[in-house]
Design a protein around this ligand. Structure first.
Ligand code: IMP
Ligand code: MG
Length: 173
């Protein structure tokens, strides 16, 4: 495997886009409190950077779901960490690294809806709409990308490359 240069999305482009997303989110939620739920592990850096650009009162919690082994979907979604903050009646924003087939997010949103939040919105850094199987549409999308396997800025391939500051395509050698 090797990481392709130049990056598909540079570190500077990521930060600039996060500023724009934060502006949109603030406008839509009108300064009322927001419960941000970061989808681990891939959403870690995105959630941390987005959180710091939001000026309304925000709480932070985590959810963990796994549906991938290497590059290929296993086809099942396992939830291994669930938010500890009560989300009933709250405005909830799910923060994801990438929307691919939509399987993971579809399962998470179905389960989070059962907690009856006042509002449930979805923000994803990356969107690969060409791969969608489940009819999920994000409210906020950082970048729409082609059907490439990407790593960096939290995204991994078998736990590697999360630490890259930019987003790169990954190719077999
Ligand atoms: P989905 O359930 O097919 O939408 O896949 C969502 C999850 O698969 C993401 O949260 C990622 O963890 C992983 N994933 C999908 N595409 C990529 C990619 O290009 N690079 C790294 N992880 C990916
Ligand atoms: Mg992953």
């Amino acid at each position: 495997m090797h990481v392709i240069d130049p990056p598909l999305v540079s570190a500077a482009a990521i930060q600039a886009r996060i500023g724009e997303l934060a502006f949109e989110i603030e406008a839509d939620f009108g300064g009322s409190p927001l419960a941000l739920v970061c989808v681990l592990k891939g959403g870690l850096f995105f959630a941390a950077d987005l959180l710091r650009q939001l000026s309304m009162p925000v709480s932070l919690d985590f959810i963990r779901a796994q549906s991938y082994a290497g590059r290929h979907s296993k086809g099942t979604v396992e939830v291994s960490l669930w938010p500890s903050i009560p989300l009933h009646g709250e405005a909830v924003l799910i923060v994801e690294d990438i929307l691919d087939t939509g399987r993971t997010t579809d399962a998470l949103m179905t389960r989070l809806r059962e907690l009856r939040p006042a509002r449930l919105a979805l923000c994803t850094l990356l969107d690969k709409p060409s791969r969608r199987i489940f009819p999920i549409k994000a409210d906020y999308v950082g970048f729409t990308i082609p059907d490439r396997f990407v790593v960096g800025y939290g995204l991994d391939c078998d736990e590697r490359y999360r630490n890259l500051p930019a987003i790169h395509a990954l190719e077999p050698d």
